[in-house]
Design a protein around this ligand. Structure first.
Ligand code: AP5
Ligand code: MG
Length: 207
């Protein structure tokens, strides 16, 4: 199963990707997580992408595409994968098409006001990487594994606004997958479990 999750920043792509990967035993490939890992470890890649992420802009395609291409060539992706946050523009969509056959492109969609509400309370778990929320923490720890949580640098209100403005999913990406007959849109305005039921209705036809 080769899935891409599209959608605006903060709509719940990472949350849904985690649930899908757990159920179907697939690798979860998040370009955002790869960039944050490299920034935290001060690698050359991290130094290259930090300013883009801090300002809420997209990292240049030539950097992002190479990373995804290399990652998809690793052995664990032979069984399939869930790509979370890639592609984000037509150039990335066309490039991906050259090195992977995607089964479904699912847009996890949500309106801007709810995105801002969710991101202002988001906490990331240091231990399991789960995106969680202030409302769900247990004793200020991740509700899933008990790990410590932190606030992502790009969840500051001004950067969230910049991401929403600069990173709307372009219509030509939707059209690209619609023309292939593999595009689906899921409204993510319900709980994560109810949203997953809708996502899984699509996936179970592929499994
Ligand atoms: P990335 O990390 O992908 O950030 P993003 O696209 O802004 O998306 P988020 O991770 O913020 O949100 P999400 O949709 O995963 O939502 P989540 O599940 O966490 O990318 C970071 C940066 O890297 C980008 O800004 C860009 O600079 C760069 N980048 C990445 N990919 C790139 C690419 N392809 N090209 C160029 N540059 C790229 O959920 C959000 C919150 O809501 C959480 O608190 C969660 O607990 C909560 N929540 C989730 N579901 C529900 C629900 N159903 N009900 C209530 N709360 C919920
Ligand atoms: Mg995410």
């Amino acid at each position: 199963m080769r899935i891409v999750l599209l959608g605006p920043p903060g709509s719940g792509k990472g949350t849904q990707a985690n649930i899908i990967c757990e159920k179907y035993n697939l690798p979860h490939i998040s370009t955002g997580d790869i960039f944050r890992y490299n920034i935290a470890n001060q690698t050359e890649l991290g130094k290259k992408v930090k300013s883009y992420i801090d300002s809420g802009s997209l990292v240049p395609d030539e950097v992002t595409i190479e990373i995804v291409k290399d990652r998809l060539m690793q052995d664990d992706c032979k069984v399939g994968f869930v790509l979370d946050g890639f592609p984000r523009n037509l150039e990335q969509s066309k490039a991906l098409d050259l090195f992977a056959n995607i089964d479904k492109a699912i847009m996890i969609d949500l309106d801007d006001d709810e995105i801002v509400r969710r991101l202002s309370g988001r906490r990331m778990c240091r231990k399991c990487g789960n995106p969680t929320h202030l409302d769900w923490l247990v004793n200020n720890k991740c509700e899933k594994c008990g790990g410590d949580v932190y606030v992502r640098d790009d969840d500051k209100e001004d950067v969230v606004r910049a991401r929403l403005e600069k990173q709307k999913l372009p219509q030509n990406v939707i059209d690209f997958y619609r023309d292939k007959g593999i595009f689906e849109r899921v409204e993510a305005d319900e709980t994560k479990d109810k949203t997953f039921v809708k996502v899984d209705r699509i996936l179970s036809k592929l499994a």
